[in-house]
Design a protein around this ligand. Structure first.
Ligand SMILES: NC(=O)c1ccc[n+]([C@@H]2O[C@H](COP(=O)([O-])OP(=O)(O)OC[C@H]3O[C@@H](n4cnc5c(N)ncnc54)[C@H](OP(=O)(O)O)[C@@H]3O)[C@@H](O)[C@H]2O)c1
Length: 230
């Protein structure tokens, strides 16, 4: 990876996103753009124009992107918790999960993939979740979150196939960060789970980004580097 290029982190003001930015700086990148819903430029998935404005900002930097990291996502909001049963499913909450966990990220791929470095390795990574794996679903529940992350996974896999033709140096991966201390996971931090600090998981995830090669595009990785079945 050309470390003189740009690294962009969307969700860069979230718990994991902030730590990813710090870790990317430790591996030698100096031009790191952290984008949140309240930064300048900002990205809010409820408004595609915010992505277009951010693209214009990035284009003015006149250099390609070597790492694009999508650290956005929601699990619960305003005391609405993930659905444990079908009777809890509500249109607005399903819609919100799909907009933030799947539609927003695929719009990021649509608009930012053309700016990935074509001469040397570049990586587009998106934070998914192991519960989005259909083959791993042994417990049920969390309908909207699971389904929206499964949709995100399919978007990444599908984009990786198209991009093999358009940019042979670009790698597209979905990443599971583990259970990480943040507002998102706060209501679900059971004591029997291994909970990592954002700094720890960021170290692991950036190591994956740094070490993967083109043969691993279109894959879903756990924070420890093992592969998760779709
Ligand atoms: N924490 C865990 O245990 C865990 C486990 C598995 C997967 N993950 C995944 O990891 C990712 C990051 O989670 P986190 O724990 O770091 O949570 P977090 O601190 O709540 O970060 C969430 C990020 O999403 C952004 N976001 C929310 N709504 C948005 C919208 N409408 N448009 C654009 N961005 C929006 C937030 O932006 P602002 O900063 O501007 O609010 C924030 O940066 C998520 O995809 C989550 O599903 C986390």
């Amino acid at each position: 990876m050309n470390k003189n290029n740009l690294a962009v982190i969307v969700g860069g003001t979230g718990a994991i996103g902030e730590s990813i930015a710090n870790e990317i700086s430790k591996i030698g990148f100096s031009d790191i753009l952290k984008i949140g819903t309240k930064t300048t430029p900002s990205i809010d998935f409820n408004n595609e124009n915010t992505i277009l404005d951010a693209i214009e900002f990035v284009k003015k930097k006149n250099k390609p992107i070597s790492i694009f990291f999508d650290a956005t996502g929601i699990l619960h909001e305003n005391n609405v918790m993930p659905e444990k049963s079908l009777k809890k499913i509500e249109f607005e909450f399903v819609k919100k999960n799909f907009i933030i966990n799947a539609i927003g990220p695929v719009l990021l791929i649509k608009h930012f993939a053309p700016l990935l470095d074509k001469d040397e390795k570049s990586v587009f990574a998106s934070l998914s979740a192991k519960v989005g794996s259909i083959s791993d679903n042994g417990y049920g529940g969390w309908y909207s979150y699971r389904a929206s992350k499964a949709a995100l996974n399919q978007f990444i896999k599908t984009a990786s196939i198209e991009m093999k033709v358009k940019n042979k140096n670009a790698i597209f991966v979905a990443l599971h960060p583990g259970t990480v201390r943040s507002n998102l996971s706060e209501p679900f931090q059971k004591t029997n789970l291994k909970i990592q600090n954002p700094e720890e998981t960021a170290k692991h995830l950036v190591k994956i980004i740094n070490s993967i090669d083109q043969s691993q595009t279109g894959k879903f990785f756990n924070w420890d580097g093992s592969e998760i079945a779709w």
